[in-house]
Design a protein around this ligand. Structure first.
Ligand SMILES: C[S@@+](CC[C@H](N)C(=O)[O-])C[C@H]1O[C@@H](n2cnc3c(N)ncnc32)[C@H](O)[C@@H]1O
Length: 309
């Protein structure tokens, strides 16, 4: 709760009119808590700015499973005794495993890539080539961080042969996320990181777990063909399968929360959820990162504690 100083113009007007201002109570505008821990990677669709809405619906449990880990924004800002973070991006999982095990030693190993010497197109394309060809897994993990912060718009994209192909980003001084990496390292001591599909991570869940799913977004256009449209390599059939798995897990007494765009399609596939919560979020949706739009989002809770289910 905050008090009237949030309304300086009100105080000013009272003073001008010579009247005593009333004390006004107000709640601060809904925004991510400034004490929230920022993920150290830039990641498309990361949930840093909507933590408040997610946490309001997230049930308690012994372990939080995130089948779509991404940058781990929710993981970093919750207090479960244990975590299982899974993703199909092998470079992401490998980086997390190195940071978990080595902490400061790994952070010091990554730092020289951010000393300014490598912030030019020649160095970038040469290090990108190194990343795509090296067998040294530790160096590859450090280069993944370098590419994430020096590449265009924080994108993570691969060609059909699995080669990382994001162009140079032209940032003046890419930030080295030292303190964010250290925070991640400490938090990671209660987590396991696993390279696997969401179906596999659902299989690994057991009673007492809570599952939070943040799959690649469904497309916003309704015209997209149900079976063939794929966004981020994740098609609508997989979105459907995910919703079905959530219902099954609820029957096994495991609660599942899923976030996505609010569209006709997601209203349909999440129709058996116990709670549907809608909100708006500011996002850069188009491939032009500068173009920001308000997007309608949904949170679907398949709640194992709900007596009606
Ligand atoms: C929207 S991002 C998750 C963002 C994350 N919640 C955050 O705050 O950064 C979706 C993630 O799903 C992963 N992914 C895509 N297809 C997958 C699949 N079939 N199984 C598991 N993970 C997948 C992507 O690699 C990506 O990291």
């Amino acid at each position: 709760m905050g008090f009237a100083p949030l309304y300086p113009s009100y105080y000013f007007r009272c003073k001008q009119r010579g009247i005593k201002p009333k004390e006004m109570k107000t709640t601060l505008p809904a925004k991510t808590d400034s004490a929230s821990i920022r993920p150290f990677l830039k990641w498309a669709g990361n949930k840093y700015r909507v933590l408040k809405q997610i946490k309001a619906l997230l049930p308690q449990g012994q372990r939080l499973i995130e089948p779509f880990a991404g940058s781990g924004a929710l993981f970093l800002n919750t207090q479960y005794p244990n975590y299982l973070l899974c993703d199909t991006n092998a470079d992401l999982i490998s980086l997390y495993q190195h940071l978990k095990q080595e902490g400061n030693v790994f952070i010091r190993y990554c730092k020289p890539y951010f000393n300014g010497k490598y912030n030019n197109p020649e160095s970038y394309y040469s290090l990108r080539k190194k990343f795509n060809t090296t067998n040294n897994v530790r160096q590859k993990a450090a280069l993944f961080l370098y590419l994430n912060r020096h590449g265009y718009n924080g994108l993570c994209r691969y060609n059909s042969k699995g080669g990382y192909n994001v162009p140079f980003g032209r940032y003046v001084r890419p930030y080295f996320p030292e303190k964010e990496m250290l925070a991640f390292h400490h938090k990671a001591q209660s987590a396991n990181f696993k390279l696997c599909s969401f179906e596999e991570s659902f299989n690994l869940s057991r009673k007492g777990d809570v599952i939070y799913c943040d799959p690649p977004y469904v497309p916003l256009s309704d015209s997209a063909n149900f079976t063939s449209y794929s966004s981020g390599g994740f098609d609508l059939q997989q979105q459907h399968t995910l919703a079905q798995l959530a219902e099954q897990r609820r029957d096994d007494k495991i609660s599942v929360l899923i976030s996505n765009h609010d569209t006709r399609f997601t209203r349909d596939i999440y129709c058996n959820a116990n709670t549907l919560s809608y909100f708006k979020v500011q996002r850069s949706i188009s491939c032009n990162g500068q173009k920001r739009k308000q997007a309608d989002e949904v949170l679907a809770l398949f709640d194992s504690q709900d007596k009606r289910s």
